[in-house]
Design a protein around this ligand. Structure first.
Ligand code: ADP
Ligand code: MG
Length: 698
């Protein structure tokens, strides 16, 4: 069956065109098992009438020309032709318009009965490769851009979610007697994904419109655009880090620091000091040709003199010297080289040349390289702190952070470590060899890490990023902050689909496809991380709210429903029990509004009753700012029976000591009920989606 595809593609390319006309495109689709209205080439009026007579009326005539991409705009579509005369005159009309415009004839096809119009398309993204699009047709796509994307290949659950995701979904599901065959759409999406996966020469595709019926569908128009540039595989050619998961990089037995220094203030001093002062238990080897010891540790003139093949060599020499140093490292059997020096690709051509040289050296030797222009790894589980800035006091923790820039990580670390305990922080810098995907894969496997935060400017791993992220997301939440959202992503595009596929739209859908949680900004990312790292996931969508102020309780209730949850409902028995402990003036049972007399003990007794309800999946407790400190011991001591609790305190940043203490007690604190509800909503969504994926797989 692929014979037709090759023949059609070869003919088009032979004629110097990458655009396949409707009859060619539909042939390919029909060979792939898809339903279309057909398209028979007819090169004369007689021909057209003969085909129409065979098909039966009514029929549609459309111009076929390699120069006409948008047929109806140019007046090249004649619909609902009822008999031979109508076909004949339509042919002549089309001919009169297009005779001089490369017309090879018309396509004669069956007139489809009306249905819901959808658009299905394919485009290529520079980062992720082929991308599938789905949306409702007509004004929905033109004006509202109501479309969804997924990276190809898609799974059945991707097909399902990309249909559900569009705002017009209720229309398909059924509205006022109209409905669409959702399984049929799913099957088309999956077949198109297969087709494109099989033929990497397909660059773009528009199926527009596809008519969806209560049962079945038909593709009324199709165009395919081929790629003449031999499809450069976006695939990462780097060796896979495999199941070992970069263990030696994150948990090294031995570290050499090339450029370790005795001069305070130098980066080589800082890095070595960090390693000494955080209790790293492995073997440390400062390398410095001008010193016999560094900060009290015996030094070696070269990595070649170090008495063992170390797991990690940190390189701090000037960029121009790095190729020789990395070469020496490889010769000495170093497994991971961490180049923290700057002055590479970020500074121009010479730096790029050095990078290419470094890459070819490590590839040749099978050594892996982190950086350059990074700040190494922090792993509080084994006292490894490779940062170029001095870092003090770090608790051991369960949060992973992957960041491109070291200064970013350092800036956040300074304050955040008071309320958030990091396990691993990996800075990837220019990601010449190891990139965010490798880090995510390794940290995803790390049993000490329960939640991963990623700060990204771009993604290098392409499709592998999606596959890895999806796998990791099944095991632990991954929150990502991607900057560069407004980038226009305007390229010369020939298909409708490509014009709708902005850079940020693709990133958003790819993140969704991978099950990643996208953060708006840094505060949002760490607000999520604080909850995910300290609290269990909600047991269900029912939230129980306790507040000292009615207005804040109402705000919480609103925010809860806006974030896909609801207020929990206690059983009559539990309501009675609660009524007995509540003061007379408290009327509501959720939110419970204690007014300003709310005390820690009242809150405890309320929670101890509510926690018995199956319907309560989580708690939000709003506390008086001036009393925050008084709640800490009480809230810490309650048994929430596996449910999460989030605290809300107005202006928490101005009672910072108590806020920190509450966070240290394991209860995340937010300034507004809206923030708490949003975080809870993300936790619930994460739990629900994971459950849904489990179901789809079994
Ligand atoms: P183009 O997109 O190149 O302008 P189309 O083939 O999509 O041309 O035709 C324009 C419109 O005509 C479609 O959006 C659809 O509404 C209608 N149409 C096209 N082909 C058929 C068909 N076989 N049956 C019913 N309606 C059709
Ligand atoms: Mg069309």
């Amino acid at each position: 069956m692929t014979g037709n595809f090759e023949r059609i593609a070869a003919q088009a390319l032979g004629e110097g065109r990458t655009y396949l006309m409707e009859h060619e495109s539909k042939r390919i689709l029909m060979d792939a098992g898809l339903e279309t209205t057909g398209a028979h080439l007819a090169s004369s009026a007689d021909d057209a009438v003969r085909v129409a007579n065979q098909l039966g009326y009514p029929v549609v005539l459309k111009v076929l020309s390699k120069d006409v991409v948008h047929k109806s705009d140019a007046g090249g579509v004649r619909l609902n032709l009822q008999d031979a005369d109508a076909v004949r005159s339509a042919y002549h009309e089309i001919e009169s318009i297009f005779r001089e415009r490369g017309m090879i004839g018309v396509s004669v096809q069956r007139m489809a009965s009306p249905g819901i119009e959808v658009i299905i398309g394919v485009t290529r993204d520079p980062t992720f490769g082929p991308v599938l699009m789905f949306g409702l047709g007509g004004v929905f796509v033109e004006i509202l851009r109501d479309v969804s994307f997924r990276s190809i290949p898609i799974s059945e659950e991707d097909a399902e979610s990309m249909i559900r995701e569009i705002r017009g979904y209720p229309l398909l599901r059924g509205y006022r007697g109209i409905s669409g065959d959702i399984d049929a759409i799913k099957s088309v999406l999956l077949r198109i994904s297969d087709l494109v996966e099989k033929h990497s020469i397909i660059k773009e595709m528009d199926l527009n419109p596809v008519f969806i019926y209560p049962r079945g569908y038909t593709i009324a128009d199709a165009r395919i655009i081929l790629d003449i540039s031999s499809p450069a595989s976006a695939a990462d050619t780097a060796p896979s880090s495999g199941a070992a998961g970069l263990r030696g990089l994150f948990y090294p037995q031995s570290i050499a620091v090339i450029g370790a220094s005795n001069t305070k203030g130098k980066l080589g001093w800082n890095v070595f000091y960090n390693l000494l002062s955080h209790g790293y238990k492995g073997r440390l080897y400062p390398v410095n040709p001008n010193a016999s010891e560094v900060q009290g540790v015996r030094a070696y003139p070269s990595i070649k003199d170090v008495p063992e093949a170390v797991d990690v060599a940190i390189v701090l020499v000037p960029a121009s010297l790095t190729p020789q140093v990395v070469q020496d490292c490889c010769a000495a059997g170093v497994k991971y080289v961490v180049v923290e020096s700057a002055g590479f690709a970020e500074l121009g051509d010479e730096g790029k040349r050095i990078e290419r040289e470094l890459l070819s050296i490590v590839r040749r030797h099978g050594c892996r390289l982190l950086g350059p222009n990074c700040s190494g790894i922090i792993n509080t589980n084994c006292g490894v702190v490779e940062s170029i800035g001095v870092v003090d006091e770090l608790n051991r923790g369960n949060v992973g952070l992957i960041a491109q820039a070291g200064v970013y990580a350092a800036g956040y670390l300074w304050g955040l470590r008071k309320v958030l305990d990091f396990g691993i922080i990996a800075t990837i810098g220019n990601k010449l060899d190891l990139n965010e995907t490798d880090m995510l894969e390794a940290i995803g496997m790390d049993e000490n890490i329960d939640v991963v935060c990623m700060y990204l400017e771009d993604v290098k791993g392409g499709r592998r990023f999606i596959d890895v992220a999806r796998e990791v997301s099944r095991r632990k939440p991954v929150v990502v902050l991607k900057t560069g959202r407004t980038e226009a992503g305007k390229r010369a595009v020939s298909s409708h689909t490509a014009s709708l596929a902005g850079n940020d739209e693709i990133y958003s859908s790819v993140f969704r496809q991978a099950g990643l949680i996208r953060a708006r900004d840094n505060d949002h990312m760490f607000a999520l991380a604080r909850a995910f790292s300290k609290q269990p996931l909600p047991a269900n969508d029912g939230v129980f709210v306790i507040s000292y102020a009615g207005s804040l309780g109402v705000a919480a209730a609103d925010a809860i429903s806006m974030n896909g949850m609801r207020l929990a409902e206690l059983s009559p028995e539990l309501k009675d029990e609660l009524r007995r402990v509540l003061p007379k003036y408290v009327s509501g049972m959720n939110p419970v509004d204690f007014t300003f007399d709310q005390t820690p003990d009242q809150v405890r007794r309320t929670i101890e009753i509510a926690v018995k309800s199956e319907d309560v999946g989580s708690f939000i407790v709003v506390m008086q700012t001036e009393m925050l400190g008084a709640y800490i011991d009480t809230l810490r001591s309650i048994d929430y029976m596996g449910r999460p609790i989030l605290a809300v305190v107005a202006s928490k940043e101005f009672v910072i000591d108590d806020t920190i203490k509450m966070e240290r007690a394991g209860i995340p604190v937010y300034s507004t009920p809206e923030q708490a509800a949003e975080v809870l909503g993300a936790m619930w969504m994460y739990r629900k989606e994971r459950g849904w994926q489990e179901q789809m797989r079994h």
